[in-house]
Design a protein around this ligand. Structure first.
Ligand SMILES: [Zn+2]
Length: 265
């Protein structure tokens, strides 16, 4: 079995205490025993920082930027976007507090802004969207192709912004992108590459042909799957689209001609 990330162990332990499934003392002892954590730090996380972060309250003691970053990610994964917003408001109060004390914590500010940005509309693939797409893809990837195509068509027709997959609510657009990723096999449509993640799944990015800020949507005819290199080249390079139909796109990118299929079946 893969070893759990220590940040995940800290989070899960604090979460059990927060939800009333473990006493404060047992939680603190478990962090001291399992992770060799200093008792004072374990106490500070379990009694002060974790519950205040989740409740949107100001806290004064601080954690490593890495641990805050993990906590925000896990809060989103386990509790969803609304709770992440509440936690970000607590983190903002904390950042303002330590700033008054002369601690700039530039990196922590950056992380705060990144998550905040992810909660609003943005052209870049966001962490929040990627987590949602991963979860949906994991749940749907073993279905047959015809079922996936039906799911995609139904999601496209739906006018609701939210969809439910495996009893959890997601942005409809993320379900559409997840389905396109499965149907196009998680490969860069220019070079065929993908990034293999630690957990064995594949990472690929969805690029909008007409960008979001120009009202481009998540329709399969507006999405191409690209590796991070080709995605940046597509967004920043000299790109001239010479043909764009329902089924294919032809473009000249930094001197190379490409013809990519936009079909899903
Ligand atoms: Zn590529």
């Amino acid at each position: 079995m893969a070893e759990l990330n220590p940040n995940r162990i800290i989070f899960d332990t604090a979460k059990k205490v927060y939800e009333g499934n473990l006493s404060k003392n047992d939680g603190i002892n478990s962090l001291v025993m399992e992770l060799n954590m200093n008792r004072g730090s374990a106490q500070m996380i379990i009694v002060q920082i974790f519950p205040k972060l989740l409740n949107g309250d100001q806290f004064t003691r601080t954690l490593s930027v890495d641990l805050f970053n993990s906590f925000l990610r896990f809060i989103f994964e386990d509790y969803g976007a609304e709770r992440l917003k509440i936690s970000l408001s607590a983190l903002k109060l904390h950042i303002d507090y330590i700033k008054e004390k002369g601690d700039a914590k530039i990196k922590l500010r950056k992380i705060y802004l990144r998550y905040l940005n992810d909660l609003s509309v943005n052209d870049e693939p966001s962490i929040v969207d990627e987590i949602e797409q991963d979860e949906i893809a994991n749940h749907l990837k073993h279905r047959t192709k015809s079922v996936l195509i039906d799911e995609l068509k139904n999601s496209e027709i739906s006018s609701s912004e939210k969809v439910t997959v495996n009893h959890k609510t997601y942005k409809r657009n993320n379900k559409i992108v997840a389905l396109i990723k499965i149907l196009r096999d998680f490969k860069c449509q220019i070079c065929g590459q993908f990034i293999l993640k630690r957990d064995g799944s594949k990472y690929i990015e969805a690029a909008h042909i007409v960008p979001k800020h120009k009202k481009g949507n998540e329709d399969p005819k507006n999405i191409i799957l690209l590796c991070p290199n080709h995605h940046k080249e597509f967004d920043l390079g000299n790109c001239e689209i010479t043909k764009h139909t329902y089924n294919e796109i032809k473009f000249n990118l930094n001197g190379n001609q490409y013809l990519l299929s936009l079909a899903i079946d």
